[in-house]
Design a protein around this ligand. Structure first.
Ligand code: SF4
Length: 359
């Protein structure tokens, strides 16, 4: 890789970060043993999900699948059910596929080097660097959003947030600084922790920062300039009808969809193709039950719940189907909007009375 950063002496900031981490690190479950499998699971869960949300999911997940071999042996539905509510379900599928690969290729033990780790399905450059450094204390670079923001300020990088040039410059700096570390494990976690706790997006706490004396943005008195603002992504507003079809026991019909979004999960049938296949031709609307807001990436969605009946036998659907009540929902792999819909229906007692038998 071409190094785009200027050569610097990183020894002093690396030392300051490691010492700061030793004192200020948060007590997180995967930091108690640095078990490579647990580090892997935590890193996958933390992609696109906040720490406080991840911790209970992580604890449950590793209790249910305590080793790579246990995860590899599980059925995909079990894994997706344990992931339900975390979102971005492709992560769970890749983790599962990765576990099977590690069992077949490495006898269930994760390899130590980032170069070997990127061979595993679902493990990219960031996750490989995180596992190699955090689990095995290898001098492997990591860059995520937090680290890129810290570097943008520390080195006053003149590239906009979320762009490829900022990432390329950050990877070059990350590679240099981790090689200057006494402990890559401590250094990389310190960078991530600094970004999460001190060098935060809106209000960096420079007075508490262990690398303030090395920080170029701070030296210039221009911290708010970095990282340079990214061009705004345009938000899209969409409205999606959700069909609520109930059986004689008041259970609700869910259908499994495969494809790019929320693949393999059970969904309420949609009356629009904004997210999933449009199922409106298979149902007749009977009346509105309420609506709720939900955001998926840049889509701001209003989901409208519609009481509905099928136009043909439900069993004629092209999708795998199940009938589920509120209590049984947690054992079914589903995206979080389905849980919101069930909660709304439950609050309005709309699960009663039972409907005709459509099975
Ligand atoms: Fe971030 Fe301020 Fe520390 Fe610079 S001094 S790295 S801007 S918290």
């Amino acid at each position: 890789m071409t190094c785009t950063s200027k050569r610097r002496d990183h020894d002093a900031p690396a030392r300051a970060l490691e010492q700061w981490f030793a004192v200020h690190q948060r007590d997180l479950p995967w930091r108690r043993s640095y078990d490579p499998y647990q580090v892997w699971v935590s890193e996958v869960m933390l992609q696109q999900t906040r720490m406080e949300v991840v911790v209970p999911y992580f604890t449950n997940f590793v209790a249910r699948f305590p080793t790579v071999a246990a995860l590899a042996a599980a059925a995909e539905d079990e894994v997706l059910a344990a992931w339900s509510g975390l979102g971005y379900y492709r992560r769970a599928r890749f983790l599962h596929a990765g576990a099977r690969f590690v069992v077949s290729e490495y006898g269930g033990r994760l390899p130590e080097s980032a170069d070997e780790l990127v061979r595993i399905p679902g493990i990219g450059r960031y996750t490989a660097g995180a596992i190699a450094s955090i689990a095995f204390d290898q001098p492997a670079a990591i860059v995520d959003g937090n680290v890129a923001r810290v570097f943008a300020r520390l080195f006053a990088i003149e590239h906009p947030l979320r762009g490829t040039p900022l990432l390329a410059a950050s990877w070059a700096y990350a590679d240099e600084i981790v090689r200057a570390a006494g402990s890559p494990r401590a250094l990389n976690q310190a960078l991530m922790e600094l970004g999460a706790l001190v060098c935060t997006p809106a209000r960096p706490d420079c007075a508490s920062c262990p690398v303030a004396v090395h920080c170029e943005a701070h030296r210039r008195g221009d911290v708010s300039r970095y990282p340079l603002a990214a061009p705004r992504a345009t938000a899209i507003d969409v409205e999606i009808p959700l069909y609520v079809v109930r059986d004689s026991k008041s259970r609700i019909l869910l259908e499994r969809h495969y494809g790019a979004r929320m693949s393999g999960m059970f969904h309420l049938p949609h009356g629009s193709s904004a997210l999933l296949a449009d199922s409106s031709g298979r149902f007749v609307a009977q009346g509105e039950l309420g609506s709720f807001r939900h955001t998926i990436t840049h889509r701001r969605i209003v989901f409208r719940l519609v009481e509905a009946e099928p136009v043909a036998r439900v069993a004629d659907s092209p999708h795998e189907q199940i009938w589920v009540d509120h209590a049984a929902l947690k054992s079914v792999a589903h995206p979080s909007y389905v849980r919101k819909a069930f909660a709304l229906l439950s609050r309005r007692k709309a699960l009663q009375p039972p409907r005709r038998n459509f099975e």
